[in-house]
Design a protein around this ligand. Structure first.
Ligand SMILES: *Cc1c(COP(=O)(O)O)cnc(C)c1O
Length: 361
């Protein structure tokens, strides 16, 4: 089998949404003239997520760290999280002063579930950190019930599920949740993050920390020009959703003509952003997932392994709880992300399908 012919420009898996220049410039001008664009974004986002408060911050990472520090049960050293998840999540635990403790994910949803979190729970756990997977959602109502039953606080990392619903309710309205405005995510503020919460006291403390009293004296505020970018993106979200769905459907029909590979489906019948394309390589695909990613990358198709290596298998410079997670180990070798987002056209999708067909032999 020969090498694939490289494309003349790279195709990325990052969303990289570019709202119209006129709209960005309008919000940027308003910001320059002193309009409270950060507060405007917060009120738009709290309405969008149907929650009482939105507190913007400089990144999703620091949104998580600040929320964890405020929510964790004192005197308990561990933060429970899935292992098959965002690569920096164990660093989040460390910056929060906690040890990461890892649990399995459900093999059908690729999400931590009430059952997997219950199995990983011990009395040393200070907080349940439930992370929504890239496609679909956690069972958020079930995790809220588990948190109440265990008497252990719960925080959602909802970065991947900005637009989704869980159990008929908007993600962002389940207690306290963290989001990112990084350029690679659904809402692009260049960089940034926010916390949604219905807890008035927690919202007050987060605002106090952000507006001057952050632990370690860090500046964790969102820049007004970043808020301007995010506002422009929010205005054009519907257009993005239409493009994303066309891209997803084009992958679905293209991949269905190949054997050994399947698109991980978004849930039907409930709102979703179709923002990322995840495929599973099944046993009759001729190459390993890592070889497949390498061959595609050589052709400028910047496919990526899905959350690999899982966190419990990574070397870490700080203390964590050793874990044996056979389901995660197996799933960690099967999935990859394919190019999508604002700069990937339907023609590009056809090119990617053609490359996959060539690799399939
Ligand atoms: C990107 C990401 C983050 C971190 O967000 P930043 O704004 O880049 O710091 C956290 N969790 C998940 C699941 C992510 O994908």
């Amino acid at each position: 089998m020969g090498a694939l012919v490289p494309l003349d420009r790279p195709l990325s898996t990052s969303n990289l949404v570019q709202p119209s220049r006129a709209s960005i410039m309008r919000y940027a001008r308003d910001a320059y003239d002193g309009a409270p664009v950060v507060a405007m974004l917060e009120s738009r986002l709290s309405r969008f997520h149907q929650t009482s408060h939105c507190i913007t911050l400089c990144s999703g990472f620091w949104a998580l760290v600040l929320a964890i520090r405020l929510l964790a049960r004192p005197g308990r050293p561990d933060l429970l999280m899935p292992s098959l998840t965002y690569r920096r999540m164990a660093d989040v635990a460390s910056w929060s002063g906690l040890h990461p403790r890892f649990c399995e994910v459900d093999p059908d949803s690729l999400a931590c579930s009430p059952a997997t979190m219950r199995a990983g729970f011990t009395s040393a756990v200070a907080l349940l950190l439930a992370v929504h997977p890239i496609v679909g959602c956690c069972d958020a109502p079930g995790l809220v019930a588990l948190s109440e039953e265990l008497g252990c606080p719960l925080l959602f990392d909802s970065v991947e599920s900005v637009f989704e619903h869980a159990g008929g309710k908007k993600v962002g309205s389940f207690g306290t949740e963290c989001f990112s405005l990084h350029a690679s995510k659904l809402l692009n503020g260049f960089e940034g993050g926010y916390v949604t919460t219905d807890d008035d006291a927690l919202a007050d403390r987060l605002r106090q920390q952000r507006d001057g009293a952050a632990p370690d004296g860090m500046d964790v505020r969102l820049e007004p020009l970043h808020a301007a970018m995010a506002l422009a993106g929010l205005d054009e979200l519907d257009d993005q959703l239409v493009r994303n769905q066309a891209c997803y459907e084009s992958y679905r029909s293209g991949v269905s003509t190949l054997s050994g590979i399947k698109v991980v489906p978004f849930p039907e019948g409930s709102p979703t952003s179709h923002k990322t394309i995840v495929v599973e390589l099944t046993d009759d695909w001729p190459l390993s997932r890592d070889t497949t990613v390498m061959r595609l990358n050589e052709a400028n198709i910047l496919a990526r392994a899905y959350y690999h290596p899982p966190l419990h298998a990574r070397p870490m410079a700080y203390a964590h709880r050793a874990a044996t997670l056979p389901v995660t180990d197996r799933l960690g070798l099967r999935f990859m992300l394919l190019p999508c987002g604002h700069h990937v056209s339907l023609d590009d999708v056809r090119t990617v399908i053609g490359a996959l067909r060539a690799l399939a032999g």
